[in-house]
Ligand binder design. Structure first.
Ligand code: NAP
Length: 309
């Protein structure tokens, strides 16, 4: 373990972590960002177009992440590529945490958890077996393999609709399979989707099984309203049925809700002194890039308050 004691260590380099990092450095705190990936960005990296981040209309997720990183580099933010395996509370009179990673251990007075969330599984038969062989969770990463083919997207949120719009520009035909008759995605995304001739929305339907022996060959769907069943021939299935928080490294250190999101208010303070939660990992009503960045700033403000008292 290094001898250095950090004021704050930020775990995760998505928008929340990067927002926290620039505020921490500008506040003169001894700070660093830990991320298992050398490429910062988190979920934003797999977004092909971001249309609601102030000042950057229509920017790609990759470019926005790169802009965040450049900003952090200009300000001298320190980054470590390390996989965090656990957090140990060694507090005495003062808070002191040890962050265990696959490389070295770090000591810090406070922590900002900004580990975000990762994609949920659909849970349909065939999903695990055909993962990477036609089943994908990232349209921007894998979409190019399906040029001129027919694919299905499952889900009705922002990600599903963004993915369907993106894939419509590459594929011959895109089915969007949604379990209800109303999309959850932002109105502007829905309008874009509805304007596309090669997208067919299949309402009130669930995927019963993903079919194929070595590669995806189709999906069997079930209409919940009329109990009808159908088989669609598709070469790819893009699953966008929500996210699950990445809190495994915390064990029971902080209070979480029943879904595993960390309970913390706008101040980002968790139930444990010196640990703050920012971005998608936090229980909150709106998970957007802009709210994640704001959390990062708020969390640093709270860290400063905490260290000064
Ligand atoms: P989401 O908003 O939770 O939507 C998940 C969708 O999947 C919902 O339509 C849901 O259906 C459906 N679903 C869930 N479980 C299912 C199952 N087992 N079978 C079939 N369908 C299922 O998730 P998301 O689209 O991944 O977005 C995650 C968060 O990131 C959201 O808060 C979103 O607003 C945010 N986001 C922000 C931006 C941005 O800031 N630009 C971009 C993308 C995403 P129901 O509608 O019936 O529940």
């Amino acid at each position: 373990m290094g001898n250095e004691m950090y004021d704050v260590l930020i775990i995760g380099s998505g928008p929340a972590g990067m927002g926290a990092a620039i505020y921490a450095v500008r506040a003169g705190l001894k700070a660093a960002v830990l991320d298992r990936s050398p490429v910062s960005g988190g979920q934003v990296l797999s977004t092909y177009e971001v249309d609601n981040y102030l000042g950057f209309p229509g920017i790609s997720g990759g470019d926005l992440s790169e802009a965040f990183r450049q900003h952090a580099d200009v300000l001298g933010v320190q980054f470590f590529t390390a996989d965090v395996q656990g957090v140990e509370d060694c507090s005495g009179e003062q808070t002191r945490y040890i962050i265990h990673t696959d490389k070295v251990d770090f000591q810090t007075r406070t922590i900002i958890i900004a580990t975000g969330a990762s994609h949920s599984l659909l849970g349909a038969p065939g999903e695990r077996e055909l993962a990477g062989m036609g089943v994908s969770y990232c349209a921007t990463c894998d979409g190019a393999f399906y040029r001129k083919s027919t694919v299905a997207v499952v889900g009705g949120g922002d990600v599903a609709v963004e993915d369907a719009v993106f894939l419509a520009g590459i594929c011959e035909k895109v089915y969007l399979i949604h379990r209800r008759n109303q999309l959850r995605a932002a109105e502007s995304l829905q309008r874009k989707l509805l304007s596309l001739e090669n997208v067919e929305i299949i309402w009130d339907s669930e995927v019963e099984e993903i079919l194929g022996s070595e590669m995806v060959e189709g999906i069997r769907i079930h209409n919940k309203k009329n109990s009808g069943k159908d088989t669609l021939d598709v070469e790819g299935v893009f699953i966008a049925v929500g996210i699950v928080p990445d809190t495994s490294l915390l064990n029971d250190l902080v209070e979480m809700d029943e879904k595993g999101y960390i309970i913390a208010d706008e101040s980002c303070a968790t139930s444990r002194k010196g640990i703050f939660a920012a971005g998608d990992i936090r229980k909150k009503p709106m998970r957007q890039i802009i709210t994640a960045v704001a959390d990062g700033a708020n969390a640093v403000h709270s860290v400063q308050d905490f260290l000064n008292h």
